[in-house]
Design a protein around this ligand. Structure first.
Ligand SMILES: Nc1ncnc2c1ncn2[C@@H]1O[C@H](COP(=O)(O)OP(=O)(O)OP(=O)(O)O)[C@@H](O)[C@H]1O
Ligand SMILES: [Mg+2]
Length: 362
């Protein structure tokens, strides 16, 4: 394997997404190939970028046929980092520095990361995340689904993947499971058992989530949908600080209790500078099988009122359908099992609307 091939491959990846005008080849200090193991020493332009550089390097180098294993090592960044201080024009008040304390990184190969959040638990967030991902895939996009709900991962059940364990490839990247045409990775594939106590699911996994994102073999994706835990807790904050996302969608039901909590979720996303792309109203109405009428069990118009007060777009409304719960428990999401149902059509329409919103923002 010629060193030139390695350099050429590394030239293809840049650090422009973190505001650094360099390609990976420019960071190389040393290259060694011993057997099939490629060892590269790189100098990060600044500290904290090591994980990103490693993920990007492995992404391109794993394409080279002769490379079986890549070991990326880092030398210390040279020179002292001098923080750039901007002097305000004279006479103007000096504002406190607005620089964030963290670097949001783009997941290599993934165009759009969309978090699905909610204020309250049980409003159908996981159901929406799963079916939205499948609906986007039906529209022809390449899609991944990351179940980041450390407290109650439900993607294994929703996809009939309970008991599956995560595997890693020769580059130590996690390999998502392909099901129904999308790439699925759940924190549930990593827990020792379903009964793993909450205490072990907390801080340890929280930190791990960011790693999962960056050390997973997602390949090229148009959309990566993330099912977040309910509420406004540490997972949301950790992700917001570390990951470059396109935005979040929030799921609510028309009940007052759910609406009160989704307000908090919207405020939280806005506080951490994650754009809220829209609201999805779940369990909006029930279509009575005998008279085909829509019954607004939890009331009508409340979500629209909330959306307009918060200047948010409603991406769509999903009816209540007992089939949703039944099929979910069997690991057959409704978009796949009943593609012609009202619920499945609602998801397809929401996926189209979301893609349009994302497109308009880009
Ligand atoms: N539109 C719907 N019609 C009927 N049942 C639904 C609908 N949406 C969700 N459900 C059911 O409601 C329950 C809760 O849904 P889900 O697990 O998706 O909510 P969640 O917000 O992710 O909950 P958690 O907070 O526990 O993560 C499930 O049994 C699911 O099948
Ligand atoms: Mg859930």
């Amino acid at each position: 394997m010629a060193v030139q091939d390695i350099i050429e491959a590394l030239k293809k990846e840049t650090l422009q997404d973190v505001g650094i005008d360099k390609n990976l080849a420019q960071l190389v200090k040393d290259i060694k190939m011993s057997g099939n193991v490629l060892t590269i020493v790189m100098e990060p332009p600044r500290e904290g970028l090591e994980d990103l550089i490693r993920a990007k390097a492995i992404e391109v180098l794993s394409e080279l046929p002769e490379v079986q294993k890549v070991d990326i090592k880092f030398s210390k960044p040279q020179g002292t980092q001098i923080p750039v201080k901007q002097t305000p024009p004279q006479g103007q008040p000096q504002h406190p520095p607005q620089q964030p304390m963290f670097t949001r990184k783009q997941v290599p190969g993934v165009k759009h990361i969309i978090a699905v959040g909610s204020g309250k638990g049980g409003v159908g967030k996981s159901t929406v995340a799963a079916n939205l991902a499948l609906a986007l895939a039906k529209l022809g996009y390449k899609v991944g689904l990351l179940d980041a709900d450390v407290y109650g991962p439900s993607v294994p059940t929703l996809f009939g993947l309970k008991g599956e364990r995560v595997t890693v490839d020769q580059f130590q990247r996690l390999v998502p499971i392909e099901k129904y045409g999308i790439k699925v990775l759940s924190i549930g594939f990593m827990l020792p058992s379903e009964d793993t106590p909450i205490i072990w699911r907390g801080p340890m996994l929280m930190k791990a989530i960011t790693e999962f994102l960056f050390s997973t073999k997602w390949g090229n994706l148009d959309y990566l949908i993330m099912d977040l835990p309910p509420g406004t807790g540490d997972v949301q904050i950790t992700l917001a600080q570390n990951v470059e996302m396109t935005g979040a969608v929030v799921v609510t039901t028309p009940q007052d209790v759910a609406l009160a909590d989704v307000r908090k979720a919207v405020s939280m996303f806005r506080e951490v500078n994650i754009p809220v792309l829209g609201v999805i109203e779940n369990m909006a109405y029930f279509i009575c099988p005998s008279d085909k009428q829509k019954y607004y069990i939890f009331g009508k118009g409340k979500v629209a009122e909330f959306a307009s007060a918060y200047n948010l777009k409603i991406l769509g409304s999903i009816p209540i359908d007992p089939e949703v719960a039944e099929k979910s428990d069997k690991g057959e999401p409704i978009v796949v099992s009943h593609p012609d149902s009202e619920v499945a059509r609602a998801f397809i329409s929401i996926a189209k609307m979301l893609a349009q919103v994302v497109h308009e923002r880009a």
